[in-house]
Design a protein around this ligand. Structure first.
Ligand SMILES: NC(=O)c1ccc[n+]([C@@H]2O[C@H](COP(=O)([O-])OP(=O)(O)OC[C@H]3O[C@@H](n4cnc5c(N)ncnc54)[C@H](O)[C@@H]3O)[C@@H](O)[C@H]2O)c1
Ligand SMILES: [Zn+2]
Length: 568
């Protein structure tokens, strides 16, 4: 479908999306998929220039020089912007030209971020990439570094392509454009009715962060608490609120778990004090679960409680952290030890904001989604079987997982009764997190915890072998770890950690097990031999002896993780 003629031919209509990014970021491949899904054509300015000048891009560079090429490109971009109503892919260096950058203002520009390794792999020997003929990898690294600020300058949407297949990247682009799979086109509204508290809505869909001004209409002041990584979308949200007459202050906090510190909460309270926040003003938590936990806690304590609204930006925060009213911070004695129950005004899950979320964070969040599938909604498992990346059904998966949590917390918001089923896979998962010094992501730890819980369910509750196996297979296909590298030696430490878990009662261990798919119950104080037998099924000693590819493949992923910094 690439070509100089757009096919639609309706002059005056703008492109639905302009793709920019370095060589190897997948503009053409992703552009084709996005165009096909939207029922439009892909136009490529490099192809336009080649058609106009009757030479290949490489020959234009060699024979006429880069300046001539950029001038031709500037014109090609300008005409395409004016007349192509489909998807437009620009050459990697188009953003170098100030005129081209200026022409992009006001358009929907998607920047496909790529790392050196992926870009080098995708450009191959780069025969037709004129700027990369010599020392391709070093040139490429320099080029990615130098151009990044220019791409960011023109971009309205940023999508991280690292570790993602073109189809996945295309799904993220579509979600960010507000044109996801038809099933999720309309925002979904899920009511949460916590006992003894007011009802609120969790809204799910692309672009729903734009509902913030309506939600806070009539308020005098708002403070948006956000991590550094989300400074740009948080600023956009602030602009929207200001346009609606709300005096809005941005409070930047550290990325991830580092935000859940008393000193950071103190900084937020100082800011609220400085801006004269009263009981009628509102705090907005804009970020992952660490940010929404902090923002909720800050709101719960300010003047003994002001309203909070959440805009969660990770899968985990959407399906778990931002829903249910638990807030808190970490202290030296442990994670989440200081906190409060504080229900939000509403939770706006803007799935378009997930485009920039690294793939490993998406997978970690999917662990909680898989959990919701096994304890309550097996349709989730079927959707993930069909596409283990989750990309093609992300809004629906998120919606379904939220319904499971909303249903549970609507009955009983406190730590008791039915709420405990949400702890499936968490008893061992928390212990792994603790023993590993919180270097594992939470979702990775509970993935192993769920395989363990399934095995325990098989041994203690008669769960079908096939359903226990389905845990291991599905989680491995999602790309999550399904065995624990510590092996047999680690078991005493894990048991000790489980005994001091704040969810265990006294010294007795409690586990959520399944009698069948979607039939969870509590298993109180099981026989230690059963626990040990269930652990053997996830311990690396046993996994190493097994010829199956799943655990081995995910094991590599686990090993890799340990060199990264954990997010909690
Ligand atoms: N309150 C609850 O009921 C509850 C439930 C589960 C988890 N939690 C808490 O949630 C926290 C974990 O949440 P999380 O997994 O969302 O991690 P996180 O908040 O640490 O976010 C992970 C990383 O991704 C970045 N990020 C967030 N959104 C992004 C986006 N859209 N694009 C790019 N980067 C983005 C963050 O800055 C951070 O570096 C833990 O502190 C945990 O205790 C709370
Ligand atoms: Zn969890």
């Amino acid at each position: 479908m690439t070509g100089t003629a757009s096919g639609e031919g309706s002059a005056g209509r703008r492109p639905v999306a302009v793709l920019v990014g370095p060589p190897g970021s997948g503009k053409t491949t992703v552009g084709h998929i996005v165009a096909e899904r939207l029922g439009v054509t892909l136009r490529d300015t490099d192809a336009d220039i080649e058609a106009t000048l009757g030479m290949t891009v490489a020959d234009i560079f060699i024979e006429k020089g880069e300046e001539t090429f950029r001038a031709a490109e500037r014109e090609a971009v300008a005409s395409a912007l004016a007349e192509h109503p489909g998807v437009l892919a620009l050459g990697g260096g188009a953003v170098l030209d100030p005129g081209t950058r200026a022409a992009l203002a006001g358009h929907t520009v998607v920047y496909l971020v790529v790392d050196v390794a992926d870009a080098a792999r995708r450009v191959g020997l780069a025969r037709d990439r004129p700027l990369l003929v010599e020392a391709p990898r070093a040139r490429l690294a320099a080029l990615l570094r130098e151009r990044r600020p220019l791409y960011e300058e023109v971009a309205t949407v940023v999508v991280d392509t690292a570790g993602r297949a073109p189809e996945e990247v295309a799904e993220l682009v579509l979600a960010a454009l507000g044109s996801p799979s038809p099933a999720a086109a309309e925002p979904v509204r899920i009511p949460v009715r916590p006992a003894g508290d007011r009802e609120y809505e969790v809204v799910v869909g692309p672009g729903v962060a734009a509902e913030l001004p309506a939600l806070l209409a009539g308020r005098t002041r708002a403070a948006i608490v956000h991590p550094q990584a989300l400074a740009t979308p948080a600023a956009t949200a602030a602009d929207g609120l200001r346009a609606a007459g709300v005096q809005t202050h941005l409070i930047a906090v550290p990325d991830g778990e580092a935000a859940k510190e008393l000193s950071v909460a103190g900084h937020c309270w100082d800011e609220l004090g400085r801006h004269g926040f009263t009981r009628d003003d509102v705090v907005v938590g804009f970020g992952g679960g660490a940010t929404t936990d902090l923002a909720g806690f800050v709101a719960a304590c300010w003047l003994r409680g002001v309203d909070v609204a959440h805009v969660p930006t990770t899968v985990l925060a959407m399906v778990d952290a931002a829903v249910g009213g638990k807030t808190g911070i970490d202290i030296a004695a442990g994670k989440n030890l200081v906190g409060a129950f504080h229900q939000p005004l509403a939770v706006l899950c803007d799935t378009g904001l997930l485009a920039t979320l690294p793939a490993a964070e998406v997978r970690a969040g999917l662990a909680e989604v898989v959990k919701a599938g096994f304890i309550a909604d097996p349709v989730i498992l079927d959707l993930l079987d069909a596409d283990p990346t989750g990309a093609s059904h992300l809004p629906e998966l998120i919606e379904r997982a939220i319904r499971v949590k909303a249903d549970v917390v609507s009955g009983d918001p406190r730590e008791a009764g039915r709420r405990e089923i949400l702890n499936y896979g968490h008893t061992l998962g928390h212990a792994i997190e603790k023993v590993e010094g919180f270097r594992w992501r939470h979702g990775e730890a509970i993935s192993v915890g769920m395989v363990f819980a399934a095995e325990l369910s098989r041994l203690a509750a008669g769960l079908d072998q096939a359903i226990a196996d389905r845990h291991r297979d599905l989680l491995a296909r999602v790309g999550l770890p399904v065995s624990y590298p510590g092996g047999a030696d680690a078991w005493p430490d894990l048991v000790a950690a489980m005994r001091v878990d704040k969810k265990s009662r006294g010294r007795r261990l409690r586990f959520v097990v399944l009698d069948a798919l979607a039939a969870p119950r509590i298993l109180d104080d099981p026989d230690p031999d059963l626990l040990r037998a269930a652990y053997d099924a996830v311990s690396a000693d046993r996994a190493a002896g097994r010829a199956s590819a799943g655990p081995a493949a995910s094991q590599r992923q686990t090993d890799q993780r340990q060199t990264e910094k954990g997010a909690g």
